[in-house]
Design a protein around this ligand. Structure first.
Ligand SMILES: [Zn+2]
Ligand SMILES: [Zn+2]
Length: 161
């Protein structure tokens, strides 16, 4: 995601589009290579450059509930100021007249990464007894969770009858 800014004049705006794979840390997903489409425009503001655009990322995820793999696309806006020199941690650095958008895109991707991954809203998850995927079919296990205190009461009633 490199932009050569040699020929970008003040006040000029350039439309850009990149399709690339971004590597994310394993803690986010076991699928570490994420295809992204970055669209936006770069412009020169004084001695600095600003990029404003949108990222669309095709995530490959594992459902937290039923452990099935599924895909999900997330979209989010990106914005960054690129400077030749800066002390501000919010800004990005330009090296050799080339702007590299990838660290900005990676930072924003991780910030927008879903905290909880569910394959579908009504995912039934796995059977707590046998581990069967309940979205496929019911395994027939008795999954009623009984409260032990309640069981004591019930046995008292049973004795009386
Ligand atoms: Zn699921
Ligand atoms: Zn079961």
């Amino acid at each position: 995601m490199l932009i050569n800014i040699d020929e970008l004049l003040a006040g000029e705006e350039r439309e850009l589009e990149f399709k690339e794979n971004i590597e994310i840390p394993k803690v986010y997903s076991k699928f570490t290579s994420v295809p992204v489409v970055v669209k936006g425009k770069i412009s020169k503001v004084g001695d600095d450059f600003r990029f404003e655009g949108n990222v669309s990322a095709d995530l490959h995820l594992v459902c937290d509930s039923c452990l099935t793999e599924f895909s999900k696309t997330i979209d989010f806006p990106v914005f960054g100021i690129f400077k030749r020199e800066t002390d501000d941690e919010e800004d990005y650095i330009i090296s050799d007249n080339v702007i590299d958008l990838s660290s900005m895109v990676l930072t924003e991707l991780l910030l927008n990464f879903p905290m909880r991954n569910i394959c579908r809203e009504d995912c039934k998850g796995l059977c707590i007894k046998c581990g069967h995927n309940l979205n496929i079919s019911d395994c027939g296990c008795d999954r009623t969770v009984r409260n032990p205190e309640f069981e004591k009461l019930r046995s008292l009633f049973d004795q009386e009858v």
